[in-house]
Design a protein around this ligand. Structure first.
Ligand code: ZN
Length: 197
C-alpha cells in the first residue's frame, strides 16, 4: 500500500511537471507590465478567419512563403513575445503592410505607445482591409483582427485606445511589414503617404 501511494505521488509529480512544461509555448511576459494590459493580447486566438479566393492556400503553400514565425502567428493564430518583436518600439515614419499579401493596413501616423510591448495603432489606414471575428477562447471575449485579403491573423482589437477612436489594434510584428517613408512611392503606396507622419 505504501509503495503504491509512493508510486501515485511520483506519477502526480511527473504529471504536474509535464503540465507546467506544456506552458513553454506561452510568450514570456515582462513582469513589470500590468497584467491587465498583457493578458488578453498575449494569448493566441482560436478564431477562424476567411480569405479572398485568390489567397486561399494550403498550409504547405503558406509554409513556402512565410517564415516559421509568420506561419505560426498568421496561420495558426499564435502570438509573439511582448517587447521582443520587431516593431513594438519602432518610431520611424512609414506604412505597415500585411506580411503575407502586402495589403496596406497601418501607418506610423496612427501608431502609439500602448506600453504592452506590441505595436499598437488607434486606427487602420484601410479599415476594410482588416476583418474582425469574435474570439471566445480562454474564457474571454476578444475581437480578433486579421487581414481580410489573405485571412492572416494580425492580433486583437480593444476598446481602450487613445482618442479620437478609443480603439487599440494590438498587432504582432511578424504579421506586418514596415515600409519606410522614402520607399512609399517606389512601392506604389503614395495614396497613403499622408499617414506616414
Ligand atoms: Zn494579407
Amino acid at each position: 500500500m505504501k509503495t503504491s501511494l509512493l508510486t501515485l505521488a511520483s506519477c502526480l509529480a511527473i504529471l504536474t511537471t509535464q503540465i507546467m512544461a506544456t506552458d513553454d509555448n506561452s510568450p514570456e511576459l515582462d513582469p513589470t507590465q500590468p497584467v491587465e494590459d498583457l493578458a488578453a493580447c498575449a494569448l493566441p486566438s482560436h478564431a477562424a478567419t476567411t480569405a479572398l479566393e485568390a489567397f486561399q492556400k494550403s498550409d504547405e503553400e503558406w509554409q513556402k512563403t512565410l517564415s516559421p514565425d509568420q506561419f505560426r502567428v498568421m496561420r495558426k493564430h499564435g502570438t509573439e513575445p511582448a517587447f521582443r518583436n520587431a516593431y513594438w518600439n519602432n518610431k520611424d515614419t512609414g506604412l505597415y503592410l500585411c506580411a503575407a499579401c502586402e495589403a496596406p493596413l497601418f501607418a506610423s501616423g496612427e501608431k502609439f505607445d500602448s506600453g504592452t510591448g506590441w505595436p499598437s495603432f488607434w486606427d487602420s489606414i484601410v479599415p476594410e482591409n482588416v476583418g474582425q471575428t469574435v474570439d471566445t477562447s480562454y474564457g474571454m471575449t476578444r475581437t480578433e483582427v486579421h487581414c481580410k485579403r489573405c485571412g492572416g491573423h494580425l492580433g486583437h482589437l480593444f476598446p481602450d485606445g487613445p482618442k479620437p477612436t478609443s480603439q487599440r489594434y494590438c498587432i504582432n510584428s511578424t504579421s506586418i511589414e514596415f515600409v519606410q517613408k522614402d520607399e512609399i512611392e517606389a512601392r506604389d503606396l503614395s495614396q497613403f503617404a499622408d499617414h506616414a507622419r
